[in-house]
Write a protein that binds this ligand. Structure first.
Ligand code: DC
Length: 228
């Protein structure tokens, strides 16, 4: 029997999954794993090395040369791609525009899921993504499905990018989100769907504190049983 706790958070792009996941991990002293960052880092590698996504052998070879790791520095979780910190670059538009296509490739998903499941054996974790409660950890102790109004999501993402000094248009962000929602929910391999036993959290009109409170209220029985 596994004795570590797994919290799976799935949902649409830019609806604050990582904010909730990080706050929870901090509060409970769990490890936070951003599975989207892994798909983004793979996408960055493919872009840099001009990998032909239709060439299965090239994709397999590339996957063998990709080594991803999470590290904590000054309280921030960083992702490294072959020992290079790519945490910033994976958030920029070139990666955002390609990541849904790359993450729809079966070989990519098989490899990422394998690595995520390995990470899940290493301790108490909070992992966010699109298929965490359905494919990666179908037996997760708590599953959350997060959603929010698409226009609110686009405005939040726009504010974030503008604050970082990026030159983006709200319309471009909205279109990219709509495109990713469509691709994520309609792809053949592990589409984004709500697990039947997931708890829905719509954060269109609630703040971060209220979200954390909501999740903690659902965790209470579990944490009491495990005496954490
Ligand atoms: O969470 P995010 O926006 O950083 O994820 C980037 C992309 O990766 C997103 O368009 C869908 C994909 N993804 C996925 O297919 N499966 C996951 N578990 C996490 C992300």
């Amino acid at each position: 029997m596994k004795n570590n706790i797994i919290i799976a958070i799935d949902g649409f792009s830019s609806c604050g999954k990582s904010t909730v996941a990080k706050a929870l991990a901090k509060k409970l002293d769990f490890i936070y794993i951003d599975s989207g960052a892994m798909y983004r880092a793979v996408t960055l590698y493919f872009l840099r090395n001009n990998i032909d996504l239709n060439d299965a052998e090239a994709v397999d070879n590339a996957l063998r040369n990709i080594h991803l790791n999470f590290q904590t520095k000054d309280g921030q979780t960083l992702i490294t791609l072959n020992d290079e910190d790519v945490s910033e670059e994976i958030r920029q538009m070139p990666v955002a525009e390609k990541v849904s296509t790359v993450s729809a490739i079966k070989a990519v998903r098989v490899e990422m899921v394998k690595q995520q499941q390995r990470m899940g054996r290493s301790g108490n974790i909070v992992m966010d993504g699109r298929d965490i409660g359905t494919v990666v950890f179908p037996d997760a102790d708590l599953k959350l499905f997060m959603t929010a109004d698409p226009e609110i999501r686009a405005a939040r993402r726009y504010d974030e990018l503008i604050a970082k000094g990026e030159n983006v248009k709200l319309e471009e962000i909205f279109d990219n989100l709509a495109f990713r929602d469509y691709q994520d929910t309609t792809r053949a391999e592990s589409p984004l769907i709500q697990a039947p036993d997931a708890i829905v959290l719509d954060n269109s009109h609630i703040n971060q504190e209220q979200q954390l409170e909501f999740v903690l209220s659902h965790l209470k029985p579990l944490l009491k049983d495990r005496s954490i």
